[in-house]
Design a protein around this ligand. Sequence first.
Ligand SMILES: Cc1cc2nc3c(=O)[nH]c(=O)nc-3n(C[C@H](O)[C@H](O)[C@H](O)COP(=O)(O)O)c2cc1C
Length: 400
Amino acid sequence: VPRVAAPHVVNIADLRVLARRRLPRAVFDYIDGGADGESTLRENSRAFESALFRPRCAVAIPQVALETTVLGTPVSMPILLAPVGSCRMFWPRGDEVAAREAGIAGTIHTLSTLSGCRLEDVRAATSGASWYQLYLVGGRDAARAAIARAKTAGYSALVVTIDTPVAGLRERDIRNGTKELLAGGPAMLRYLPQFFARPRWLVDFLRDGGLMAFPNVVPPGQGPFPYTDVACALEQTAVTWDDFRWIREVWGGPIVVKGVHIADDARRALDEGAAAIVVSNHGARQLDGVAPTLRALPEIVATVNGRAEVLLDGGIRRGADVVKALCLGARAVLVGRAYAYGLGAAGGPGVARAIEILRSDLIRTLKLLGCPSVRDLDGSYIDVPQEWSRRQNNLSNMLA
Ligand SMILES: Cc1cc2nc3c(=O)[nH]c(=O)nc-3n(C[C@H](O)[C@H](O)[C@H](O)COP(=O)(O)O)c2cc1C
């Protein structure tokens, strides 16, 4: 296992390099890649660079407070772990490993529907709170069963992802033969050398049981859903607003709507009783060419107007990015790749290092800003490019 302490690893980009060294190309690119031309992937991060701080200097801040609450759950800092599918490909029992580290760090772990670990095991692995992310793959009855299990296991919120009516086109996955590798058979042979180029990963992977099914997607009367047809299955059972009624009834707890880009969807989510909204473009893995989430955030915050908590994800690689999102009105953020790189690089210590990097960034950034608490961050600490205020509806106003 590579060393993840400084000076080997100083930032998230360093963990990314280590992940690339340990993982086969198909697995690394699955984490790292975005949809189509990856324009939104680049913009998600670039947006953070375009927002500039306005620090208050010569202020003594011996202690900064990072604590906050999300849906009433106290967290040690405003950073949650996002749902990331197939973590077991990155590290043996990867979801359990990530959940444990989230608990140790005092924050919330979100388990993806597309996990290779049983949701009960992942819940048991953490001392903290857990959220369950729902896709309707395998059909509505399979989803009902998963929701009931998540409730019994003690998950405290259900995250319904609404931006995945079809899998995005990940060009890297096609080139790497990801589909062929999952399907097995002779078609996979020409793509296999990338596995043998990563023997340490291969040994870990095989010891963990090799290719797996999805133990939380169990259509009635069938076994766990196999890895192969996920893309197809996502398309067959896309979630719509009409589904929220039965989802609310079966779940009975707080619902987080993930994948909101525009004010209309934020309003609709509120109508359906969302307790929180995640401004998210799925880490730029779905529709390429949408706005970076930091730019979409102010419109959603204004629309929601305190009626639900607004979270954001996408492109967060530094604590300063988290601070900028909070300045523009997010209550907290989720990180996906930042911890997935850590997991792929070094397992639990890699995830812990990713969290530690973001936490120490946060502390330092608040001190440099002259702000004593994450709860005090607001628009006065940040400048955004003027054109950001004109994001919405220019064209529809023109055409009206
Ligand atoms: C490898 C990978 C797998 C993902 N799987 C899921 C998933 O199963 N369900 C989901 O709602 N979002 C999924 N996402 C999206 C994340 O929850 C989150 O929106 C995104 O990663 C945030 O962007 P970031 O990676 O730049 O932090 C995935 C993201 C990655 C990188």
